[in-house]
Design a protein around this ligand. Structure first.
Ligand SMILES: Cc1ncc(COP(=O)(O)O)c(C=O)c1O
Length: 310
């Protein structure tokens, strides 16, 4: 793992730092080949962890999920777990960020020239750290986001396993563009049976009939979703993982989305109608406070190694 070369602008690279092809660089200089199967076929997996106030949140859980996804896709990052971890710390350190969005990707890479044999591809691995990203900005969280239930069907889990974090996002992106046309900020897609799945980078959770109801399958096993369920149960709330329908969502007292990119974020309008009182509800506010407080808990968070050369 080499340090940045002398020719590049010197760190901190506050717009973001990347590690690619075995070296660090400003994120704007990180390049990937147009022939990489990650680009031409979405043949890759990735994970995103965040850093808040100088600490990684649930880094082990993200590394576990990334390792499981790579194993499922038969991808080899060419780094062991400690190596991946060192590079993540290195990107945050070189960007000098206290609050960061930190992404790691492993792609199939390029096949040998003239070959169509996937087995000739050497997998590629890269990471980057950016300033923290919010799906719903803190100001928007004061009033809550507006969500649309899309008519588009989420790619079925039988085709692309949603528990392997992936870049098959055309359904999500097109649904989101359509949601913008309907004056919504967020979108959620249903599966072929009509059950609610997830949206563009987040899981969804509704408080309905006195309990929390997150979809139990057909989605990414979000780590923020897991945190929310644990925190809700610790607070004595009932949570029933199962099937969430559009009807549940429309008559829920409270709706929220969960993501590493922003945590626990209230939704106060679904398909143009107010959720409950039409303002972020007490349960959502309480869980959001507990979630951010848990970032100081050493059971969940680890300090970034700002001093240590990666
Ligand atoms: C499709 C999808 N669902 C859910 C999530 C939320 O997962 P996590 O809480 O682990 O960030 C993401 C995160 O990017 C996602 O892409």
């Amino acid at each position: 793992m080499s340090e940045p070369d002398g020719g590049a602008a010197s760190p901190p690279w506050t717009a973001g730092a990347a590690w690619i092809d075995g070296r660090y660089c400003p994120v704007g200089d990180a390049r990937i080949s147009v022939l990489d199967l990650g680009v031409t076929r979405s043949d890759c997996t990735y994970d995103v962890v965040h850093v808040w106030q100088g600490r990684f949140y649930r880094l082990d859980a993200h590394l576990d999920r990334f390792a499981a996804s790579m194993a499922r896709l038969r991808l080899d990052p060419g780094q062991d777990r400690a190596g991946i971890e060192a590079v993540l710390h290195g990107c945050v350190r070189l960007a000098g960020l206290r609050d960061a969005y930190v992404s790691m990707t492993c792609t199939r890479g390029r096949m040998l020239p003239g070959s169509r044999d996937l087995r000739t591809a050497r997998n590629s691995f890269y990471c980057y750290a950016l300033p923290f990203i919010w799906i719903s900005h803190p100001e928007q969280q004061e009033t809550g986001a507006r969500m649309r239930i899309s008519d588009l069907i989420r790619i079925p889990p039988q085709s692309v396993d949603p528990t392997v974090k992936n870049y098959h996002w055309l359904d999500l992106d097109l649904a989101l563009l359509d949601a913008y046309d309907h004056d919504a900020d967020l979108v959620v897609l249903r599966d072929l049976s009509g059950a609610i799945t997830e949206g563009a980078g987040y899981n969804v959770f509704a408080h309905v009939d006195g309990g929390g109801l997150p979809p139990g399958h057909g989605t990414l096993a979000g780590i923020t979703r897991r945190s929310l369920i644990e925190l809700a149960r610790e607070a004595g709330q009932r949570v029933d993982e199962g099937c969430l329908t559009a009807d549940n969502l429309l008559r829920a007292d409270e709706v929220l989305v969960t993501s590493t990119a922003g945590g626990i974020m209230p939704v106060t309008v679904v398909d143009g109608a107010p959720v409950g009182t039409g303002t972020p509800g007490p349960l959502t506010r309480d869980l959001r406070d507990r979630y951010w407080a848990s970032h100081q808990d050493p059971r969940y968070s680890t300090p970034v190694r700002y001093e240590e050369p990666a």
